[in-house]
Design a protein around this ligand. Sequence first.
Ligand code: ZN
Length: 255
Amino acid sequence: MRLAILSDIHANLPALEAVLADIDGAGVGELWCLGDVVGYGAQPDECTRLVRERCDLCLVGNHDLAVLDELDVSAFSPAAAAAVRWTQETADPSTLDFLRELDPADETRDVALYHASPRDPVWEYVLWPDQAAECIAIQAARVSLIGHSHVALFFVMAQDRRPARSQAVELDDAARGAQAGAGTRLDLSEGRWLINPGSVGQPRDGDPRAAWLELDTDSWEATYHRVEYEIDRAAAAIEETDLPEHLARRLYVGQ
Ligand code: ZN
């Protein structure tokens, strides 16, 4: 099946609309979202409605859980915590009802899905090869997808070096990894992979364009996509609210 993978939309409606238009042109079978539909941005209800309509599957992320009061915001940055409070005060009850039904992981498919990481689906940022190797060792499928860091990247380990699930992780067995710019194609036919599509609504890898990943689970290929969107619209929507202004400015630099 050909899939479109989205993550970390963060209430950025112009970015989500641009990504969905790009996905429409790609003719994929299903859309999967790895969580954090809300938080940071100014249009949580509009984004949640679109995700509900368009996505075949959606995980819950740490910002979604914080808005639901199911995660303490003490570990959040001040701006992130302010956005959680603003979203709690302004979101429609139907938005919260949708998010409340979601899980942070799905290990029931050919591809395992986690909002953050295989060993901590809610909170761990996977950015380094030795850390990725420990995650790859315990992931529930040969190919796994994660979001959360807002950085488009991938890690791979040779299949024959995989410790069995019940065995101790071989700590010196580092995974190879790299950030993945627009157009990067991966041949996933061999090895064990941990893949982050990047963020739709708040990229942090220096490329401000909205990110999504095309994944073909028949040919086992993946392609990274980036889409221009009207950042001015997303920034203006934030500036019209009580959300911290910094959340608008960071969109222009992709950080
Ligand atoms: Zn996020």
